[in-house]
Design a binder for this molecule. Sequence first.
Ligand SMILES: Nc1nc(=O)c2c([nH]1)NC[C@@H]1CN(c3ccc(C(=O)N[C@@H](CCC(=O)O)C(=O)O)cc3)C=[N+]21
Length: 300
Amino acid sequence: MTAQIIDGKAFAATVREKVAGHVARLKDEHGITPGLAVVLVGEDPASQVYVRSKGKQTVEVGMNSFEHKLDADTSEKDLLALIDKLNNDPQVHGILVQLPLPGHLNEDLVINAIDPSKDVDGFHISNVGLLGTGQKSMVPCTPLGCLMMLRDHHGSLSGLDAVVIGRSNIVGKPMAQLLLGDSCTVTIAHSRTKDLPDVVRRADIVVAAVGRAEMVPGDWIKPGATVIDVGINRIDALEKGEGKTRLVGDVQFDSAVKVAGAITPVPGGVGPMTIACLLANTLTACCRANGLVEPEGLTA
Ligand SMILES: Nc1nc(=O)c2c([nH]1)NC[C@@H]1CN(c3ccc(C(=O)N[C@@H](CCC(=O)O)C(=O)O)cc3)C=[N+]21
């Protein structure tokens, strides 16, 4: 048996098309253009690549993109002043502060300074609380993208056993909340979990979000299970020569694809969906800010 490959890249393109359609309608009928502000502090090369790709896709779906690049030694006061300005800018419907921030900046403080209704990452404590209590919120992009792919593949997730490996605030915890919201039986596993292979073997749905290259081998996967690989790990690609790297997930794809029922690849799985959901969240925030009905199928 070989698993169905869940094509996140293609799925993301359909999400962006939907978003673009709604953006065109907002402009036409209401004269409103959704705007996303991305704040990057410092010069981390990987972050620069993501920010560029976010900006490009934002413009492609017809939204305004505002990029703010600040020096690595920017003070907390100056960063908070920028956030305050963006909070009060009616052209800006979504604000994303690229993480991680340089060590001298308090990430919690900075994130919680964002207006929760513009917090398209869904990281503000208000949004975390709303999600946890089943109220309308901004939902973190990566878990939202995973949920969309799971719903698309399964239809209903009700009653399925889901194991989330990883307990981060960015992926693991919100993913567990979303799966619970769709009536899965949810287990959150992590580095201290006893008998991790046995826990994973019980799962109909495995979401791997630990950030350790290829740590989940195929023989941990229950035959026919759905595997969502959130990991993006850059490792040496010895076969491609000295200094070359390649991207791998948290799952050993080659062994897992032989056992799973469906699996997301890396690259081309969760990553593209994350950015598509960022655009979807910006559209949702814009609709809410203007008292308009929000599009269906683009939120949790
Ligand atoms: N506040 C904040 N929000 C984020 O959402 C956020 C962040 N900070 N900091 C950095 C991480 C990383 N991230 C990715 C998004 C898309 C891909 C993506 O599209 N990856 C491609 C491959 C890209 C490549 O080739 O390098 C793929 O998986 O197919 C990857 C990583 C969002 N992040």
